[in-house]
Design a protein around this ligand. Structure first.
Ligand code: HEC
Length: 194
């Protein structure tokens, strides 16, 4: 009885202080793996569905109201997280303790593709962001703008904007990955040794 009373008080105390403090931002890894990647894929999936037969523009007749809603929801989620990256460029953590980031297991291995493709760990990335938070903000802002435009495109069912912004979005992703994580470009085809 006494013990549970103490636990209850501790819990109450905890929520009280969590409310008073600013909520900790999601880690970059959580934002990337759980929000950016799946929602960008959802948007790109809708674009593939909407290509006209020539493949050079999107056909509005191929997108339903539900499809547009999915595009709008996906853009809104990404937009929120882009804002969070901007707001927390100076204190955001790359990943939670014990959660490895993609490629981290290969840190220190010398790859055949050259230095640009060497894997980096979360600490290295964090160091790069702390050393240049303004650049990180600039890159995140590009994604904030792109996702805002996609949100608007969804609201007004504008395939031209969806096409223009959606097909450039991977460049926006890579524009931040390149300086802080490592290049997204595939390595050159290995030279034959025989
Ligand atoms: C402002 C910077 C920034 C932008 C913009 C950005 N990323 Fe990232 N992303 C990172 C950083 C830093 C990492 C490395 C940390 C990590 O792997 O979690 C990363 C890693 C990732 C990963 C690997 C996650 C893992 O499991 O390790 C994926 C997937 C990813 N990003 C997807 C995207 C997509 C898709 C977009 C664009 C829609 C995007 N990112 C835009 C900074 C950014």
């Amino acid at each position: 009885m006494r013990a549970s009373g103490i636990v209850l008080m501790a819990l109450l105390g905890l929520t009280g202080c969590q409310q008073a403090e600013k909520k900790a931002p999601h880690t970059i890894n959580e934002t990337m793996a759980l929000v950016m990647e799946p929602n960008a894929e959802a948007i790109w999936g809708m674009m593939s569905k909407a290509y006209n037969d020539k493949g050079d523009a999107l056909d509005p007749a191929k997108l339903s109201n539900d499809d547009w809603k999915k595009i709008g929801d996906a853009s809104a989620l990404m937009n929120e997280r882009a804002q969070e990256l901007i707001d927390h460029a100076r204190d955001i953590e790359v990943t939670a303790k014990g959660t490895p980031i993609m490629g981290e297991q290969a840190v220190g291995q010398v790859g055949p593709a050259g230095k640009d493709w060497d894997a980096v760990n979360a600490k290295t990335i964090e160091g790069r962001i702390r050393a240049n938070p303004d650049q990180f903000v600039t890159k995140a802002r590009l994604l904030l703008d792109a996702t805002a435009r996609l949100k608007q495109a969804a609201a007004s069912k504008n395939v031209a904007v969806l096409y223009a912004v959606g097909s450039e979005m991977d460049e926006v992703c890579d524009g931040c990955h390149e300086p802080f994580w490592g290049t997204d470009e595939p390595p050159p085809f290995p030279k034959s040794t025989n």
